[in-house]
Design a protein around this ligand. Structure first.
Ligand code: PMT
Length: 400
């Protein structure tokens, strides 16, 4: 699973840094491409030269040295990575990542990456069990970072307890497992809708909403990374087309309905994250409506409820809806789940800061048709997409 994968290994300053050399060596033997970033303290334990020789690539550690190319180095590495692996992860780098601090090459690059990030914490037992470190690790786990728990044993400081870096072989196996997991949707067709629709009033005006498309695009990108064939039907959005996703652009609810129905029959999973207009002007003026002294009245008619129609015509598909609510979140979402014949609904209270329209993060409650429900903490829409796909994959497995 590691063949051809691009792995950035971040080495922070702990005695276990020497074991990171073997991790890099094993990644190379597994035919991964590896680039190493070291913190300044890490260079006190192992020289950059060692990592350069083992990885076959220059080692980055200084933000301020003269760059060899015009690429902004930390951004280029952040974009390059399929996986970011931090070995060992000291209490310091964990604290920085959990608090959003970016003050050196490693912390800045990891903040800029969109790839999965896996950490192997290693430190003295008292440091590892310190509540601040535990809280920081929990926060990172909630945000979607993968944590490889440390082993228990005799530490370099002479103390026995948890905090030892796991064996390099295990760390590399965890990294490979992550790529395996991410192919869990191979052979499945996933249809995602995103962004808001626009219902024209006249040639220059429309009724729209605040959906940016971030939630739906994150879901489409995550499904493609897990090996699915993905069709993304999107209303107008400034976001760029996710890799390996077929993008079908639409404007109105009617166009979205047509595009979705055309892809529905052979879809295995449908995720409707789009904010579709419930009403449209019943007459669209051919000319720009002129201003006059009085008020004007716009008569609206109902659009088709696309998701309800999919629910009625459902054969084998797993149907996932979203519910954007401003009050009575659970009650309203439960009604939609039942009425539209869904397998799962993702309810977001769009009045909460950090949730809903145009935010980079979301806070949701997931409801299932058997009455179960789970609340997820605030996390980036990219991380949430991963969590939701895990839950959807579990639904398929139970269905098969
Ligand atoms: O795009 P972002 O800025 O990232 O914001 C994300 C989001 C807030 C738009 C997203 O998380 C979300 O909540 N999407 C659903 C918005 C919505 O329209 O909710 P609703 O409760 O009105 O609709 C319920 C479900 O029915 C939705 O899955 C919707 O796509 C679907 N629907 C609604 C009306 C309609 N005519 N046809 C539909 O298919």
């Amino acid at each position: 699973m590691l063949t051809g994968k691009k792995v950035v290994v971040g080495v922070s300053g702990g005695i276990a840094a020497y074991k990171a050399v073997e991790v890099v060596s094993r990644l190379k033997k597994a035919k991964a491409e590896v680039r190493v970033i070291m913190t300044r303290s890490a260079t006190e334990f192992v020289t950059p030269l060692t990592f350069r020789e083992i990885s076959g690539n220059p080692v980055a550690s200084d933000m301020w040295r003269e760059p060899k190319t015009w690429n902004v180095e930390h951004i280029a590495m952040a974009n390059w990575a399929d996986l970011f692996l931090i070995v060992p992860a000291t209490a310091n780098i964990i604290g920085k990542m959990a608090s959003g601090i970016a003050d050196d090459m490693l912390s800045t690059t990891v903040m800029a990456t969109k790839s999965p990030v896996m950490l192997a914490p290693a430190m003295n037992t008292n440091m590892y069990t310190n509540p601040v470190v535990s809280a920081n690790l929990s926060r990172l786990a909630e945000l979607g970072y993968y944590i490889i728990p440390p082993a228990t044993g005799m530490l370099a400081c002479g103390v026995e307890g948890p905090g030892r870096l796991p064996e390099p072989e295990l760390i590399v196996a965890e990294a490979a497992q992550l790529f395996t997991e991410r192919q869990t949707l191979a052979g499945k067709k996933v249809l995602v809708t995103a962004a808001g629709t626009r219902e024209p009033i006249d040639p220059v005006r429309y009724i729209g909403n605040r959906s940016s498309g971030k939630m739906g695009y994150s879901l489409a990108a995550a499904a493609a990374k897990r090996g699915a064939t993905v069709v993304l039907v999107s209303g107008p959005s400034g976001l760029s087309q996710p890799e390996n996703v077929l993008l079908k652009k639409v404007e109105t609810a009617a166009e979205m309905r047509q595009a979705v129905l055309a892809e529905y029959d052979d879809a295995d999973i449908v995720i409707k994250a789009a904010a579709v207009a419930d009403y449209r002007p019943s007459v669209v003026s051919e000319q720009k409506i002129k201003k006059n002294d009085g008020t004007i009245t716009l008569v609206l008619e109902k659009t088709s409820d696309i998701l309800a129609e999919l629910g009625r015509e459902k054969t084998h598909q797993i149907l996932i809806g979203f519910a954007a609510e401003t009050q009575d979140l659970l009650t309203n979402a439960t009604v939609k789940l039942t009425k539209k014949n869904l397998d799962m609904i993702v309810a977001n209270d769009v009045t909460v800061p950090g949730a809903g329209f145009d935010a980079d993060t979301n806070i949701v409650r997931v409801l299932y048709r058997d009455g179960r429900s789970e609340e997820l903490p605030q996390m980036s829409k990219e991380s949430l997409a991963g969590h939701l796909l895990d839950k959807i994959t579990a639904l398929i497995t139970n269905n098969d």
